[in-house]
Design a protein around this ligand. Structure first.
Ligand code: COA
Length: 251
């Protein structure tokens, strides 16, 4: 097992730290599996009151590992770990916070749509190049982004793949606050501590009311996943993955 996901406890906060800096935190199947297991374990643990996601300095996540996508595109199996992670995230029973610094591509952006509070640094850019990769949105983002951002900004993010700076993301309601790099971790952990101090039952009911029924979200993730799997095997997607994998050779 690698140390690409580090699970730590800070008081009542369970911290899930993505830690594959040499690949800008591109997520492998193992990383998804470990995060799914940690979310489920944290939800089942009375000592844990809140989940927190961090990346490494400069890279929250560059999204799904494109090598893994290419493997599926060229006939391999895969996707079960991603599915498990998305289910664990969408069904998480305890509040989820995130601290984002730098690169936030694909799931590195859409994960935050599930978060109750996201803090990001000024150098952060949120981007989802799904369509450019021949793909479709995932993680329920086709439902959540229009709800959070409105349809036009959702189109700009999800269909055009336009980057949102931290300031733009805050103005659009995608994140809670912008904080300097040096203060990110302490700010998020302080927020997690504040969440953890609340009476857990009242907080759980309040959070459920704010989020509304989960079925539409789970249905949309299912629908997106089927389309995503089809798109992974499309010529458009295969060509985009090959172009990324070969870009150094070509350059
Ligand atoms: N999958 C696999 N490897 C990835 C990756 C991904 N999603 N994102 C980055 N990497 C790898 C690069 O191939 C490179 O590996 P190498 O050093 O062995 O060549 C390493 O991480 C560093 O990336 P690099 O591109 O040199 O960093 P950068 O700062 O110039 O650019 C990104 C960072 C994220 C803008 C760029 O890597 C990128 O566009 N990645 C693809 C993002 C993506 O499309 N994700 C899928 C979304 S659905």
């Amino acid at each position: 097992m690698t140390d690409h996901i580090i699970i730590e406890r800070h008081g009542a906060a369970q911290v899930l730290r993505m830690n594959r800096p040499e690949k800008k935190n591109a997520l492998t199947r193992e990383m998804y599996a470990r995060m799914a297991a940690a979310l489920a374990a944290g939800d089942a643990d009375d000592q844990v009151r809140v989940h927190v996601f961090f990346g490494v300095p400069g890279a929250f996540s560059a999204g799904n590992d494109l090598g893994d996508f290419l493997a599926v595109a060229t006939g391999g199996e895969g996707g079960g770990e991603v599915w498990d992670f998305l289910m664990a995230l969408a069904k998480a029973e305890k509040p989820v916070l995130s601290g984002v610094d730098g690169i936030a591509v694909g799931i590195g952006t859409t994960l935050n749509l599930h978060c109750d509070l996201t803090f990001a640094t000024p150098r952060t850019v949120f981007r989802t190049p799904f369509v450019d990769l021949g793909l479709v949105p995932e993680a329920g983002s086709s439902l959540l982004a229009p709800l959070v951002l409105g349809r036009q900004k959702a189109f700009s993010l999800l269909a055009l793949g336009e980057g949102f700076s931290a300031e733009q993301a805050m103005a659009a309601g995608l994140i809670h606050a912008v904080v300097e790099e040096g203060e990110l971790e302490a700010t998020v952990l302080a927020a997690a501590d504040a969440v953890a101090q609340k009476p857990p039952e009242a907080l759980r009911v309040t959070r459920d009311l704010i989020r509304g029924p989960r079925e539409p979200l789970l249905d949309r993730i299912q629908q997106e996943s089927e389309l995503f799997r089809q798109r992974l095997k499309s010529n458009e997607a295969r060509a985009a993955f090959m172009a990324f994998m070969n870009r150094r050779k070509a350059g």
